[in-house]
Design a protein around this ligand. Structure first.
Ligand SMILES: [Zn+2]
Length: 323
């Protein structure tokens, strides 16, 4: 089943499917944690299933559905980087394109899903472009991406876009509650409204990592050793921590600008944040935010995370001393 916040996108694409007007390439774009890949899979299943229902959902019973469940359907292809942080290579794209040019084994559609399509390096993207320029009639390519701006415009312009935005807070909260997730509102704030990311936060160690980050920031504010706190943080997943640190600084900026009317990501820590407001200046906070943005852009480059955290925590300490 598709998620409740994807009904409009589902309805529209199903209408195209029913009318036999499926585009040759679709770019499914939007922030992480909303279920774009699940949507792509559901759509692929819907296209391959022999007896889908009136809403277009796959039956789960027919021969095609059984092959899909066993991950052996000969007309469904998935392509993604070997591991997170690696690129999708040109040879893999070439192989995929070759498969899409073969006759469909089941006489229906051939569907390829490219997961995190922005991981394609430039040669891979150029190779894909050739396939997009000379589409085969029954093949549909689905590019899933949370950073579509990283794809060449020549690729993007040849895809029909299906855009996903985070659902409204009420819908997301009720959905999380229906999955037995407690503290749904707080998790959603930390996940910037993305329901699946909120669920992942609770089901993984990420929430504990978030607590460790806040405790390090508060300890440094109380003059405790930067080096010691950096040791606590340097082995934790950097991208999440940098995002939350940025949220933390933005919360402080919001409190400077709007006082208690501010809507905070860290609403549960408003007391601690309020104590830090008189110790920081807006100029200092903006400067620190700049430093964080630069560090987030450098993330893919291997670096010494212990030193990075010492640097970030020392700057944080200075932010609180400069008023
Ligand atoms: Zn089926």
């Amino acid at each position: 089943m598709t998620y409740p916040w994807q009904q409009l996108q589902w309805h529209n694409v199903q209408q195209q499917l029913r009318l036999g007007r499926m585009p040759h390439a679709i770019l499914m774009a939007g922030a992480e944690g909303q279920g774009k890949l699940d949507f792509a899979r559901q759509l692929a299943h819907s296209m391959l299933c022999q007896t889908s229902d009136d809403q277009g959902h796959a039956c789960g019973q027919c021969g095609a559905c059984q092959l899909i469940a066993a991950q052996t359907h000969p007309d469904l292809f998935m392509l993604q980087a070997e591991e997170r942080g690696k690129v999708i290579k040109v040879d893999d794209v070439r192989q995929l394109s070759a498969k899409l040019h073969l006759t469909s084994q089941y006489g229906g559609y051939k569907v390829a899903i490219i997961v995190d399509a922005h991981d394609m390096n430039i040669n891979a993207a150029n190779s894909l472009l050739k396939t997009l320029e000379e589409p085969t009639s029954d093949a549909v390519l689905m590019l899933v991406s949370s950073s579509p701006q990283k794809l060449p415009i020549t690729v993007r312009s040849r895809c029909q876009a299906i855009n996903f935005t985070v659902p409204d807070a009420q819908q997301a909260t009720s959905w999380l509650q229906a999955q037995d997730i407690e503290q749904a509102s707080e998790l959603l704030r930390l996940a910037h409204g993305a329901p699946l990311l909120a669920m992942e936060l609770q089901q993984s160690d990420l929430l504990a990592h978030h607590k460790q980050l806040l405790s390090a920031l508060i300890s440094v504010a109380k003059n405790q050793s930067v080096v010691e706190q950096a040791e606590q943080l340097h082995k934790l997943p950097l991208s999440y921590l940098l995002n939350w640190l940025q949220d933390w600084v933005q919360d402080l900026i919001k409190l400077h600008l709007c006082g208690n009317a501010a809507i905070l990501v860290h609403a549960a820590q408003q007391i601690e944040l309020n104590q830090l407001v008189p110790r920081s200046s807006l100029a200092g906070l903006y400067e620190y935010l700049d430093q964080l943005t630069k560090n987030r852009q450098l993330q893919s480059i291997p670096l010494n995370t212990q030193l990075l955290w010492e640097d970030l925590l020392l700057s944080w300490y200075k932010v609180l001393k400069r008023v």
